[in-house]
Design a protein around this ligand. Structure first.
Ligand code: PLP
Length: 467
């Protein structure tokens, strides 16, 4: 058998298209414009080599004629090109119900933030003062807005909250001791570990208290003349519950003042207004930390703030000014695109309409009842598809290392396909033209519309109809 298929393949080998044939084919000509000639030549070479290899190794084939062989090569060329594209950034529909989904880009931007990005993508006044025609200070407006929102004296923006922590610790705690409670030596996904950041910035970590209980006296006892600061870290992605104790920020601030050291809080997600109405009463409000006497507070721009990836540092002017003058800040600063998107995001918060305008907050505010009505509309549009649906109650998640205990009640659509298994269906959705990321729960594919915006429903419906 093997010998016969090999001899048949011998004749097929002579029908193998050349790289040139493939480039001149309909597919080749179409892709040449998008991919560029030399890149496509490389891909065509790969496809032809692969076919030759298969033929030489006696693989059973159904494409034997010259034209069969060419169509097989064309279809493979399309796939390798698409594979190379899918490794790049693609828009996806997040149907997981995890609102701040780190792997899917955390906070989706508001309409205003998206327009602002586009607006400044050409030349813009990033370091130019239009009123005087002289050099202006990058980020001045965003910094002023961050102060307005938090009541801080000054503010600074860097690449993310990890960069913010690194900058603060490097500038103020290099070669000195930093006191932190054992219960706060946390790892926030994505390789951000508090002890590692501390040691990389040249600070020496001094742990106090126990995992569940730390008292103000524990802090006081460990302060020496080498101590630069007390660090308070918000345990973003986990909670210690039960027999616990920790001094308030006010108590820590009094102690820090008395001992003439700094009090720095890494609030992580944080919130710029009380989000109790969304069930997020547990997140530190940045303005509250400033009022309680923290000298410096850092938080992420793309968690509950709902803006672009960034780290915001607020606090007393004398400290923020030192950070601004440090050469490390120059390496961690953000681009005009980030300032533009952040400015628009902060504007929504300042207008007092964040829940109406900021996608993350809007999504968290949606009730199970509202989501149920949205599900019904989507389900109706699937009447003639291969899918059967069932609506059940379930829970969404905040995600992004914020509020791990908050799981907003939601409506889920359970999808069943007439032929495909759950994992095949999940894969099919993930690889559709606009990838739909669903969740498998109890071996069933479920989608949660909490994280699907109104403008995406149509694309979601098409993807579902096409499977
Ligand atoms: C999320 C988080 C960070 C890291 O923030 P990035 O913006 O992702 O760099 C740091 N500290 C805390 C407490 C966090 O929750």
């Amino acid at each position: 058998m093997a010998a016969r298929s090999q001899s048949r393949n011998e004749s097929a080998l002579s029908a193998l298209p050349s790289i040139d044939d493939l480039l001149r084919s309909e597919t080749g000509s179409k892709l040449k414009d998008v991919a560029g000639r030399s890149r496509l030549t490389e891909l065509a070479r790969r496809v032809v080599d692969e076919l030759r290899h298969e033929l030489k190794n006696g693989k059973a084939i159904s494409w034997k004629t010259r034209s069969d062989m060419l169509s097989e090569a064309e279809s493979r060329l399309t796939s390798v090109w698409q594979d190379s594209l899918s490794m790049g950034l693609r828009r996806v529909i997040n149907a997981t119900g995890v609102v701040i989904h780190t792997n899917l880009g955390r906070a989706p931007l508001s309409q205003a933030a998206k327009s602002a990005l586009l607006e400044v993508s050409g030349y813009c006044s990033v370091e130019y003062d239009i009123a005087t025609g002289e050099r202006g200070r990058r980020g001045a407006r965003v910094e002023a807005m961050a102060c307005e929102l938090t009541g801080a004296e000054d503010a600074l923006v860097v690449n993310n909250c990890a960069a913010a922590a690194y900058l603060v610790l490097s500038v103020f705690a290099f070669d000195s001791e930093v006191i932190i409670s054992r219960g706060e030596l946390v790892e926030i996904g994505g390789e951000f570990r508090v002890p590692d950041v501390l040691s990389r910035s040249g600070a020496t970590l001094k742990e106090v208290g126990t995992t569940n209980r730390t008292k103000i006296a524990d802090y006081e006892k460990s302060i020496t003349d080498k101590t630069a600061m007390i660090l308070k870290v918000h345990p973003s992605n986990y909670r210690i519950v039960g027999f616990t104790a920790a001094p308030s920020l006010t108590e820590l601030s009094e102690l820090a003042k008395r001992k003439n050291i700094l009090l720095y809080e890494d609030a992580g997600s944080g919130a710029v207004a009380d989000l109790g109405s969304l069930g997020l009463a547990d997140e530190p409000v940045i303005g509250g930390s400033i009022r309680a006497g923290a000298d410096i507070v850092t938080f992420s721009g793309d968690k509950l703030l709902g803006g672009p990836q960034s780290g915001i540092i607020v606090g007393k002017s004398e400290y923020i000014e030192r950070l601004r003058k440090d050469p490390l800040y120059r390496a961690l600063r953000v681009s005009k695109l980030i300032y533009a998107a952040l400015e628009a995001t902060l504007e929504s918060h300042l207008r007092g309409n964040a829940i109406g305008e900021i996608p993350v907050l809007k999504m968290l505010a949606a009730t199970a009842g509202e989501l149920e009505s949205r599900c019904r509309i989507l389900i109706q549009s699937l009447d003639n598809s291969n899918l059967s649906t069932e609506m059940i109650r379930g829970n969404s998640a905040v995600g992004g290392g914020a509020a791990p205990m908050v799981q907003p009640e939601t409506a889920l659509i359970v999808l069943k396909h007439s032929q495909l298994s759950a994992s095949e269906l999940e894969r099919k959705l993930r690889t559709s033209k606009i990838p739909v990321i669903a969740r498998i729960v109890d071996d069933r594919v479920t989608i949660d519309l909490r994280t699907v915006s109104e403008s995406e429903i149509e694309d979601l419906a098409s993807a579902l109809q096409e499977v």
